[in-house]
Design a protein around this ligand. Structure first.
Ligand code: SF4
Length: 620
């Protein structure tokens, strides 16, 4: 919104910008309903659609009870007695033209827009939709454009054709991964367990010429468990062709045709349950439906665009992993033009090819303009996180711990230490680092919900109890924390931030080799380059920032083209004294234990964690 204000200033006329957010953040009516908190966008949309339909009927006099125009004292609404939505009723009567003039004169941040709506008991979601046809700039999360159903609605609300839209993708380096995730189909073992419970609670039933529904889910669950146990040694493993289907048919008897009949019956049962729950104004959800639909789609998710894997981390599941992000990115090419921006977008070729943007895509490298000498790149030749080395040398982890402690000891500034994984961070802390660091470091736990992480990070930023922050390269802290004005003075990268060598990563590498001949370059080297840029980008956020960027890995020499002036560490205390001069603040620090437990560090969860609330959602 600040950028919109600047645009308006330059154009010498006000610009109306409308920010969109999902109903989860903007539905005032159902925000305190515990069941709705875990709803998917589709489920929440159905509940909302029913409320809106009732409201419109009531206002037309076709239903007995119209929602009150004024909310009860204190704003508490008894949802059980209410068919419609008073916030929507208020939007129907709102002066949308007046609101748009207000926002044109002064662009509102999301928080300001929410306040404006709350003060007037207006539904923020519906009001922003109604403002869209008047808007010049629309700001929205990726899902609004890349989810096919939502995109169709978005264009309708905007009353615009794609060919009239200039698309700006911010933080674009995330887009290929986001699109692969969006089109990946996952069947977590947990969803199968919930589906079985759903049937058991309502009464088991027999599938046509087949097993009972509970037996069917027991067999599916056992198959997922056994495949994970038999095949996975690390995070995941490739699923041999047809092995899952064969396991089901062996246990249940029958053939693929009968399997489809059973799944069809389960899908219908689940659909009916969803409708029943919807009629009762409850979340229209059925785990049976979710599992049945996923299994029905399973045979169609075939190579070359999908790789089938069984995972143990972060959760036991079957996955059809989408290798090709370009199909989901195709709507970009329908726009009048698109601009993709990020401070870590390079390597540009990889981004362009991953999204299928074609040879006409132009890249513009816009340097920050900050003085190059403000960041000095060093690397340590005495250590490495090379997996072979860590496996073969029992002292390697302890040596890393000692080395990190010595480096931190001589850095007189706030320092972020970033590891390639939570697992390695745990091992290094337990190998002695936790007793050698200054007290109360800020630690990014794998399982900490994102909202809690940011709240703690804000607290640490305003009142740092320690000069040290520990996180994971490419993780949430490395991606998101900003320490402007010279507050973060050093970043220590422990090892090379290559992506984890999972079965999915290997499948992606093979796919990119087959399709573009650039598997290693695009699937291994490019993510590492971005993680380097992301990690060290935290240091220099303004022209006044200065910092040391240190890689504790001899293999850093292979990335010298990314790290200008990269030099081996010779005498770090002397370099630190010269570089920081009298800015030193954290000089004498007694070592102390980190107030964490090994359980907090979640050894089994070695990937940067997604928001756990998302794990409850059925994923199609
Ligand atoms: S109209 Fe708005 S407040 Fe009412 S149910 Fe829908 S999203 Fe929620």
């Amino acid at each position: 919104m600040r950028e919109v204000a600047t645009l308006g200033h330059r154009l010498e006329r006000p610009v109306l910008a409308v920010g969109l957010e999902g109903r989860a953040k903007r539905c005032f009516l159902l925000e305190s309903d515990a069941e709705v908190k875990g709803a998917t966008a589709e489920e929440h949309g159905k509940l909302c659609a029913d409320r809106k339909r009732s409201t419109e009927k009531a206002l037309r006099g076709e239903a007995p009870v119209a929602p009150a125009h004024e909310l009860p004292e204190g704003g508490e609404i008894d949802l059980a007695d209410l068919d419609g939505c008073p916030y929507y009723a208020r939007v129907l009567g709102a002066d949308v033209e007046g609101v748009s003039e207000t926002l044109r004169a002064r662009p509102a941040s999301p928080a300001e827009f929410e306040k404006l709506c709350r003060d007037d008991n207006l539904c923020a979601y519906e009001l922003s939709k109604r403002l869209l046809p008047k808007a010049t700039v629309v700001v929205a999360p990726y899902a609004f454009f890349f989810h096919p159903h939502v995109r169709r609605s978005l264009f309708e609300w905007m009353r615009a054709e794609p060919s009239t839209i200039d698309l700006v993708v911010d933080e674009a380096h995330n887009l290929p991964e986001y699109l692969r995730e969006l089109t990946t189909v996952s069947l977590p073992e947990e969803s199968v367990r919930r589906a079985r419970d759903e049937v058991a609670e309502r009464g088991d039933f027999q599938l046509p010429n087949g097993p009972s529904a509970t037996r069917f889910f027991d067999v599916v669950r056992a198959a997922v468990e056994e495949l994970a146990h038999a095949l996975v040694r690390g995070d995941d493993a490739v699923l041999p062709d047809g092995v899952f289907e064969d396991a089901l048919l062996r246990a249940l008897g029958g053939d693929n045709h009968r399997l489809d009949t059973w799944l069809g019956a389960l899908a219908t049962w689940g659909e009916n349950l969803k409708e029943e729950r919807r009629r009762d104004r409850r979340l229209p959800r059925s785990w049976v439906h979710t599992v049945a639909i996923t299994l029905l789609s399973w045979p169609k998710l075939e190579p070359p665009r999908y790789a089938k894997v069984v995972t143990r981390l972060p959760r036991p599941a079957l996955e059809a992993f989408a290798l090709d992000a370009s199909a989901a990115a195709a709507p970009i090419l329908d726009c009048h033009l698109s601009v993709h921006m990020s401070s870590t977008l390079a390597p540009f070729d990889e981004y362009r090819d991953a999204l299928g943007l074609g040879p006409r895509a132009r890249s513009v490298d816009a340097p920050s303009g900050y003085p190059a000498e403000n960041c000095r790149f060093l690397f340590d030749r005495s250590v490495s996180t090379d997996p072979d080395e860590l496996r073969e040398d029992p002292r390697a982890i302890a040596r890393l711990a000692d080395r990190i402690a010595k480096v931190v000891e001589v850095l007189p500034v706030q320092t972020a230490i970033l590891f390639p994984s939570f697992e390695l961070m745990r091992q290094v802390l337990e190998a002695g680092l936790q007793t050698q660091l200054p007290p109360n470091p800020f630690v990014e736990y794998a399982r900490l919900p994102t909202s809690d992480l940011w709240r703690s990070a804000e607290g640490w930023k305003s009142e740092p109890a320690s000069p040290v922050l520990l996180g994971v390269a490419g993780g949430r802290l490395a991606e998101g924390i900003d320490r402007p004005d010279d507050e973060l003075g050093a970043v220590v990268l422990v090892g090379i931030p290559y992506p984890r060598p999972t079965a999915k990563r290997r499948a992606l590498k093979q796919y990119l080799n087959r399709t573009l001949g650039r598997g290693t370059e695009y699937a291994v080297r490019a993510p590492a380059e971005r993680a380097f840029r992301q990690a060290f980008g935290r240091l220099i956020r303004s022209a006044n920032d200065r910092g040391l960027a240190i890689v504790l890995d001899r293999r850093a020499a292979a990335f010298a083209d990314l790290l200008p002036g990269l030099e081996p560490i010779e005498d770090l205390p002397r370099v630190a004294r010269q570089f920081y001069g009298r800015r030193a603040r954290w000089v004498s620090r007694p070592p102390a234990s980190i107030p964490t437990t090994s359980a907090d560090l979640a050894p089994e969860d070695s990937e940067p964690a997604a928001d756990p609330s998302a794990t409850d959602e059925p994923r199609l």
